[in-house]
Design a protein around this ligand. Structure first.
Ligand SMILES: C[S@@+](CC[C@H](N)C(=O)[O-])C[C@H]1O[C@@H](n2cnc3c(N)ncnc32)[C@H](O)[C@@H]1O
Length: 228
């Protein structure tokens, strides 16, 4: 019979916070995710948008240090890489925007696909942008809300958005008339931001765009172009 190992009592250390039980930590993570979902819906309502944006910026700034660790889960990379294949054959952008770029995962994948491409990433959370600048030095990054992109009309032939908050008219405004907007939502991971792409396609159609939803891959994706 194996010797019985005595249980070591937990000794509370002065000045250190008590470790969270697994149940409490899960409950906290669920509450946070629900809060982010609520805020991402609230940004669509213009009167409460400034407060929702502030909430999202504060939340994502606070978790920016951990975001890269979360993004190491290969699900996110695989889903976006697969979605890039939905772009037309031979598509070769000259200037690309990765909106709501976080720490630059999609930005770096786009750069890997078209080395030397002129890419800019934007995000509302300054700390996310700081980390993205360190991780993806070949791209340019700016702090900007997806609701007010600091770019000219039709400036980009490729606009990407991975698990990001969106603004349909603003994204269409900066997209070149022959360009493509690629929206990707991870399926397997635990992203707090997601929208049903079939419903989104109908919303884009209301803005005169042509949007093709894809729901059978590693991620759900939408390829959007301007209507004729
Ligand atoms: C789920 S994360 C995805 C980040 C990144 N695309 C990735 O895949 O790692 C959502 C990102 O949207 C950003 N965000 C939230 N509201 C935004 C807004 N109004 N404008 C721009 N970025 C926003 C957050 O700061 C956060 O970095």
């Amino acid at each position: 019979m194996a010797p019985r190992i005595p249980r070591i009592p937990r000794i509370p250390l002065p000045g250190l916070p008590k470790p969270l039980s697994r149940v409490r930590a899960t409950a906290l993570a669920r509450t946070r995710r629900a809060g982010v979902k609520l805020l991402t819906s609230a940004v669509d309502v213009p009167v409460v948008r400034p407060f929702a944006e502030l909430g999202l910026r504060t939340f994502f700034d606070a978790i920016a240090g951990d975001w890269e660790r979360i993004r190491k889960d290969p699900t996110y990379r695989a889903g976006f890489e697969e979605a890039l294949h939905l772009l037309p054959r031979g598509f070769r952008p000259r200037r690309a925007l990765d909106a709501a770029c976080g720490t630059g995962l999609a930005t770096s994948i786009v750069l890997g696909r078209w080395p030397g491409l002129n890419v800019v990433g934007t995000d509302i959370a300054p700390r996310m942008v700081e980390i993205a600048r360190e991780l993806v030095p070949d791209a340019r990054f700016e702090v900007a809300s997806v609701h007010h992109l600091p770019f000219e009309d039709g400036e980009f032939d490729l606009v990407t958005l991975l698990d990001g908050v969106l603004d349909i008219p603003e994204l269409l405004r900066v997209l070149h008339r022959k360009g493509r907007l690629l929206i990707v939502y991870s399926v397997g991971g635990t992203t707090p931001v997601s929208r049903p792409v079939t419903k989104l396609a109908a919303e884009f159609a209301q803005h005169g765009a042509i949007a093709e939803p894809h729901t059978d891959g590693e991620a759900h994706a939408l390829v959007v172009r301007h209507g004729r």
